[in-house]
Design a protein. Structure first.
Length: 328
């Protein structure tokens, strides 16, 4: 079974209770305020003009001339992109979101995880998540573009890039062999709509569209995405709020003795004495987090939204610190 955040059901089964703050994902918990849906969004197959308006909104938001394909989340793109080329040798800059390697292997690629960008050179297909999940590693756009000429195809997953547009290579996604993936649900906090995008050359996007089939996204996703991507005032204000919230979370973690390892505007990664112990302690306060099977000490937390969530998280940290003091 693949390991993911968002598994709050498992926490409920283990710990009980119905008052939880789910910080196991990097999804904005103060979402873009979605307006009522027009009738067509639920009663009609998505019309071509509405889909075209969504593409135009995405192109404007990311300032790119690239061809764009809306899909049912960035995950849908992750599963389609390996089918663009005959399988060969792929390299993934890790550790990172595990679905990239899983999707490549499912399509017959031989996958190697590397820990340095330079080690991607020579791969038939290379994957960079920028900023990275879970550690927030960020490569300058110049460094990413330099790698594009050293691999057969470069896939850049920018699911967490909305608050840091200076890192994005979306403007260059029309170049041959460069595919950029974007998520909508994380930054805009509407993950249930299942909306993401693949950006690339006209030829690559046409092939992906053929694989995806007709109506690759729902009417509600098209309507919300078109309006939200055009709401730049909300995006700027949300970026500023998330930056402040990240500092607020870092302060809570520091009082527990955890060390900041990295993160993005949407999640933070900490070094704790025991990841399992830290997750267990927070869970007893109704806060669910993310730990990793490949690390015994790293724990990742998304950021709370409303003040009531912040109060619950602060209380869980306080109880965790008190418990550590009693053990000492």
């Amino acid at each position: 079974m693949r390991d993911h955040g968002g598994n709050l059901d498992a926490a409920r089964v283990r710990y009980g209770g119905d008052r939880w703050v789910d910080l196991s994902t990097g999804i904005n918990r103060l979402p873009w305020p979605m307006p009522p849906l027009p009738d067509w969004a639920l009663t009609a197959l998505p019309p071509a003009p509405a889909l075209a308006a969504l593409v135009a909104a995405a192109r404007g938001a990311w300032q790119t001339p690239a061809a764009i394909l809306p899909l049912a989340g960035a995950q849908a793109a992750i599963q389609l992109v390996p089918r663009l080329d005959p399988p060969g040798r792929a390299r993934v800059l890790g550790p990172t979101y595990n679905e990239h390697a899983a999707a490549l292997r499912a399509c017959g690629w031989q996958v190697e995880e590397v820990d340095r960008p330079q080690a991607l050179a020579g791969a038939g297909l290379a994957v960079i998540v920028n900023p990275n999940n879970p550690d927030g590693r960020a490569l300058p756009r110049e460094a990413v573009l330099a790698l594009a000429g050293q691999v057969g195809r470069l896939v850049v997953d920018e699911s967490f890039a909305d608050p840091v547009p200076q890192l994005s290579v979306a403007a260059e996604a029309g170049a041959s062999g460069l595919i950029v993936l974007r998520s909508f649900g994380k930054f805009y906090g509407l993950a249930g709509l299942r909306l993401g995008f693949a950006l690339g050359s006209g030829e690559d996007i046409a092939r992906l569209a053929e694989m995806a089939g007709p109506w690759p996204v729902s009417g509600p996703a098209i309507h919300a995405g078109t309006l939200a991507l055009a709401d730049r005032a909300w995006a700027h204000a949300t970026t500023a709020r998330l930056a402040a919230d990240g500092r607020r979370m870092d302060a809570l973690a520091a009082r527990t003795g955890w060390q900041l390892v990295g993160g993005t505007h949407l999640f933070r990664l900490y070094d704790a004495p025991s990841a399992e112990g830290a997750q267990d302690g927070l869970a007893r306060g109704g806060v669910w987090s993310r730990i990793f099977p490949w690390s015994s000490n790293l724990i990742r937390l998304g950021l709370p939204g409303p003040e009531a969530e912040w109060r619950q998280v602060a209380a869980a940290f306080e109880a965790l610190s008190a418990g550590q003091g009693q053990q000492g």
